[in-house]
Ligand binder design. Structure first.
Ligand SMILES: [Zn+2]
Length: 300
């Protein structure tokens, strides 16, 4: 069965007018249940985890400042959320969702988190709506528990996974791969193990061609025994922050290719959602829902 981490705190409300579409975390599970893609049993409730897996990635000082909500104003501004205990709890719970989903993925081939993909979080600071790096935490947890030996992170959110790249820059056990907009945030990019930069307005055909010629080769060379997939839907032409030109069908083809590749090669995959900032919330939910529909279709 497809297991999906979801907690009501994922949609913790933000002050009115805040530009982050928090509501999607409520609407997506509702939609998946409404249309019959998922039933209640597909979802599991993550909790506040031990600090140890988080501290295997993030510094004690940064973690303490987060959980005591005592970050310096400048550091808090870089994150862009009005920080509160609830919002920090939310992010901590998301990391448990990703850790637990990683274990489910080992059992079932795939598991997902209705949130996460917080790839702008560095070891010692957060940025751009990312406090803690959930997939980095999951990856190191699997390695430390001897549940994986070599991990590939496939980051297809339109923004570069700068935090993830920094975290694993000297770690030969985690290969970081990011396809992102060249002219997009972060403007000062880190060096992933493999970065592919796309020009503004890149459309489906070009995008899919690059993905299809790169990913299988990468897997062949790196031989990962576990894959993290960051399936941001901010590659859509409609996205306010994206700058690319992909259609919703192209985005679904992207998900299908990544998940089919993992399934065919029998490499467990854990999927976090990542960004999506189209002006119509329906577009965002539909594009994310496709990732979950495809997972159900091809695995179960
Ligand atoms: Zn993004």
């Amino acid at each position: 069965m497809l297991k999906i981490a979801y907690h009501p705190i994922y949609a913790h409300p933000l002050p009115k007018g805040h530009r982050f579409p928090m509501i999607k975390y409520d609407l997506l599970p509702q939609q998946l249940k409404h249309e019959g893609t998922c039933i209640e049993e597909n979802f599991f409730l993550p909790k506040i985890p031990d600090a140890a897996p988080i501290l295997a990635i993030h510094t004690q000082e940064y973690y303490d400042e987060l959980i005591h909500v005592s970050l310096a104003p400048k550091a808090a501004r870089k994150i862009g959320f009005p920080l509160s205990k609830a919002l920090v709890d939310r992010e901590v719970i998301i990391t448990d969702g990703t850790i637990t989903a990683s274990k489910y993925a080992l059992e079932n081939g795939i598991a997902m988190n209705i949130a996460g993909g917080t790839h702008h979080a560095y070891t010692d600071h957060g940025e751009a709506f990312c406090l803690l790096n959930d997939q980095a935490i999951g990856a190191r947890y699997l390695l430390q528990q001897n549940l994986a030996k070599k991990i590939l992170i496939v980051d297809l959110d339109v923004h570069q996974g700068n935090g993830t790249a920094e975290i694993f820059k000297n770690d030969p056990l985690v290969f970081t791969f990011s396809i992102h907009g060249a002219n997009n945030y972060p403007f000062k990019k880190e060096k992933s193990d493999l970065d592919i930069e796309l020009a503004d307005n890149t459309e489906d055909n070009k995008y899919l061609e690059i993905l299809k010629t790169t990913l299988p080769k990468l897997i062949k060379n790196q031989k990962p025994d576990f894959i993290y997939y960051l399936s941001g839907v901010d590659i859509l032409a409609t996205d306010k922050l994206g700058k690319l030109g992909c259609s919703i069908q192209g985005c679904a083809q992207r998900d299908l290719f990544v998940l089919e590749t993992c399934k065919d090669l029998e490499i467990p995959v854990m999927c976090s959602m990542g960004g999506g900032y189209s002006p119509d919330i329906k577009t965002i939910v539909e594009a994310h829902a496709n990732t979950f529909r495809i997972a159900q279709d091809i695995y179960f």
